[in-house]
Design a protein around this ligand. Structure first.
Ligand SMILES: Nc1ncnc2c1ncn2[C@@H]1O[C@H](COP(=O)(O)OP(=O)(O)OP(=O)(O)O)[C@@H](O)[C@H]1O
Ligand SMILES: [Mg+2]
Length: 282
């Protein structure tokens, strides 16, 4: 059905969202294949004396759906960029799919969908939504292949999966700088999906989004996770843990202070202390 797809399961999971259908397939029966492994990792930004992340030990299996929480400045973005092999690692082991993310970062990054935190577009940018999405897909296609009709169809599919049915206009053909903040965020998320990645690293995906959109997008991510075995790491400074996630990791001052299955994590003292503190502030 989806010619030129890198992962037909991925597009079928989106189809369930777009057409509000029941899934045809049963959730994939997961094997515990190790995907991301950090052992004793310290990340030190260039020019800094001390590490921003200390002694990170983390094993993530294929098909996990993980929520990474912690206060501002605790090191959440730094953790994602460390996994992507973008930052200097002082010591330790850092592997994605069994290969060193320090040595092979560029190759690995082609397979990982990374939503960067807080991207803002210049209101004057003439770049159209559809072209932004295709540019994101082209990163995976390589320079020598031009987008085909099938590629355009897939990109449109990713866009539709993010659109709220009540949104007034179809903004596929509009300049990206003229969209509202929430619409821009949806286009950014759609552009991450456009390359059909098997691993999603999402940094504050819900900024600017209304409550309904948050729920719908989380349900969509959950379908990608369950039906297409996409591994999802979702970072947020918020304290509301979506019901769909399997595991919660909390970072404070550059260290992992909590890492457990969701139902255990939310009962822990660490979690309660953090959420209580945040609720008081809100
Ligand atoms: N390029 C950089 N050079 C030096 N220090 C940096 C750099 N980027 C981030 N830091 C520092 O690393 C620490 C962790 O920052 P990080 O962006 O990972 O936090 P975060 O948990 O993602 O916060 P937020 O919730 O605000 O996004 C902060 O003290 C920050 O100042
Ligand atoms: Mg951050």
């Amino acid at each position: 059905m989806f010619e030129k797809s890198y992962n037909p399961d991925f597009l079928e999971a989106l189809q369930v969202t777009i057409e509000s259908k029941k899934p045809l397939k049963k959730p994939i029966n997961r094997k515990k294949t190790p995907l991301i492994r950090l052992r004793g990792v310290n990340t030190v930004y260039e020019g800094e004396k001390f590490p921003t992340l200390y002694d990170i030990n983390l094993e993530i299996n294929e098909g996990e759906f993980i929520f990474i929480m912690g206060p501002n400045g605790s090191g959440k973005t730094t953790l994602l960029e460390t996994i992507l092999g973008l930052l200097p690692v002082e010591k330790g082991i850092l592997e994605v799919k069994g290969v060193s993310a320090i040595k092979k970062g560029r190759q690995l990054r082609r397979e990982i969908g990374y939503l960067i935190q807080g991207v803002e577009f210049d209101p004057q940018t003439p770049f159209l939504v559809k072209n932004a999405l295709m540019t994101a897909r082209s990163g995976r296609m390589g320079l020598l292949r031009f987008p085909s009709k099938a590629d355009w169809k897939i990109v449109r599919y990713c866009f539709d999966a993010l659109r709220n049915k009540e949104e007034i206009a179809d903004y596929w053909d509009r300049p990206i700088g003229k969209l509202s903040g929430g619409m821009q965020q949806k286009v950014l998320l759609a552009s991450v999906l456009a390359a059909e990645p098997n691993i999603l690293l999402l940094d504050e995906p819900f900024s600017n989004l209304d409550v309904k959109s948050r729920h719908e997008i989380f349900a969509m991510l959950s379908r990608l996770n369950k039906l297409a075995n996409v591994t999802v790491l979702c970072v947020s400074h918020g304290t509301t843990v979506p019901k769909e996630v399997d595991r919660v990791i909390m970072i404070q001052k550059g260290r992992i202070v909590l890492d457990n299955k969701t139902e255990e994590a939310i009962k822990s003292e660490k979690f309660k202390a953090y959420c209580h503190f945040m609720v008081d502030v809100e």
